[in-house]
Design a protein around this ligand. Structure first.
Ligand SMILES: Nc1ncnc2c1ncn2[C@@H]1O[C@H](COP(=O)(O)OP(=O)(O)OP(=O)(O)O)[C@@H](O)[C@H]1O
Length: 383
């Protein structure tokens, strides 16, 4: 995420990415939620509504008389919607005006990223399959179809796949299979050792990965997932890791290094790592985590299986892949030449507004968006 972005992760609804610069606010709604169709339509209405309310000075924040005067004086004629690209919704609009999405799109990913292969045609355990079914996934996405057999063979994998195409399940599902098949001699140590370590560039992504892991672990009752991400007291994380099953650890590199240096017994637990994942490897390196990553990798066993998932494969990712992975690693590319980095279901709208109105506009858009679905929760906000 570039500087100035505000990422609002939502649980059970739409993730909203707001990019704020001194005078523009870009809102991006992705059609990955269960309520995607209606929410996309609602997002369209919301923006217009907020703009008109702000113009008339009735929106929250604009209640300030000084601000109202500035807006109504029309000195800057703000806010104004300068672009409105609602591709996913507009292209799919049916006769009644409501966007038509098929069941698989509502399940999460854009249908065009789904393969013909169903999860129940794959060599995965009954327990995983039940979790996958409960999560509402029928067919695999292309990246899942391409990587699953290779990861199950025990190979290291560098996978290039666009954002929002199901990468998280692509590495979690086979990794959970590896863990569930560990011999019983190693199972007895399961409670104390970390067997799957996932490194993510941001806290919100780490939380998102953990949410997905919990879905897939639903019937694997002996396996547990914990998150260490900073922003909370390290002692709390230490207690959580001590008191709960933690065979799967999802972490941001900075806090992970902190635990390595300051949490008693943590380095021993890392000796149990069987699978190491670098999620969004390009962003991890972009954000300057290379040294931390190398230090953490050095604390894990050399004979581990390593998976790198990345939307792009610049030189830095190639370099780390040589350091992190075994020589016979497989490169799996699911991005066609010239493809955009985000998929076509990502809708974007851009509003131009003075900096001091950004918060109130964002607040209003979200309030209406949330009101569209009683179950909808904004679970994370960062800047
Ligand atoms: N096979 C599938 N069928 C339907 N939906 C799926 C499938 N696999 C994953 N999803 C859903 O698709 C959405 C996008 O998946 P996910 O977040 O894993 O993508 P990603 O490629 O990891 O994106 P990002 O790079 O943003 O993390 C999620 O809501 C996820 O639950």
């Amino acid at each position: 995420m570039a500087g100035g972005d505000i990422l609002l992760r939502t649980h059970g609804g739409l993730p909203v990415l707001a990019r704020a610069s001194p005078c523009s606010l870009r809102l991006r709604f992705t059609a990955s939620g269960r309520r995607a169709p209606s929410s996309l339509a609602a997002a369209k209405v919301d923006i217009g509504d907020v703009v008109s309310q702000l113009r008339s000075g009735s929106a929250r924040g604009a209640a300030d008389p000084k601000r109202q005067r500035r807006v109504s004086e029309g000195v800057l004629a703000f806010p104004r919607v300068v672009t409105s690209r609602i591709r996913g919704a507009d292209e799919e609009e049916g006769q009644g005006g409501a966007p038509q999405l098929d069941a698989e799109k509502i399940g999460g990913v854009d249908g065009s990223y789904l393969s013909e292969t169903r999860f129940d045609q794959c060599a995965i355990s009954e327990l995983s399959l039940k979790g996958v079914k409960d999560a509402g996934y029928g067919r695999m996405t292309q990246v899942q179809e391409a990587t699953l057999p290779v990861i199950l063979q025990g190979k290291d994998v560098l996978a290039k796949a666009k954002t929002g195409t199901g990468k998280t399940v692509a590495f979690l599902l086979p990794a959970i299979e590896v863990l569930s098949k560990l011999p019983s001699s190693q199972r007895s140590q399961l409670r104390s050792s970390i067997n799957l370590l996932v490194m993510c560039p941001t806290r919100e992504l780490a939380n998102q990965v953990a949410v997905e892991a919990k879905k897939l672990l639903k019937y694997h009752r002996s396996l547990g997932v914990q998150v260490v991400i900073g922003g909370t007291r390290i002692t709390q994380e230490q207690r959580n890791m001590q008191a709960n099953p933690c065979q799967i650890l999802v972490a941001t590199p900075g806090r992970l290094k902190d635990h390595l240096e300051n949490t008693p017994g943590f380095s021993t637990r890392l000796k149990g790592v069987k699978v190491l994942v670098l999620d969004e490897a390009d962003r991890l390196l972009d954000m300057g985590f290379r040294r931390d990553i190398e230090k953490i990798m050095a604390a894990t066993p050399k004979d581990r299986q390593t998976l790198l998932f990345s939307a792009t494969v610049p030189e830095e990712v190639r370099q780390i892949s040589h350091v992190a992975m075994r020589k016979d690693y497989r490169f799996i590319n699911t991005v066609k030449e010239g493809d955009e980095e985000t998929h076509s279901q990502v809708s974007q709208m851009c509003m131009i507004a003075p900096l001091d109105l950004h918060f109130s506009i964002l607040y209003d858009v979200l309030k209406k968006h949330v009101a569209d679905d009683a179950d909808y929760k904004v679970s994370y906000l960062s800047r």
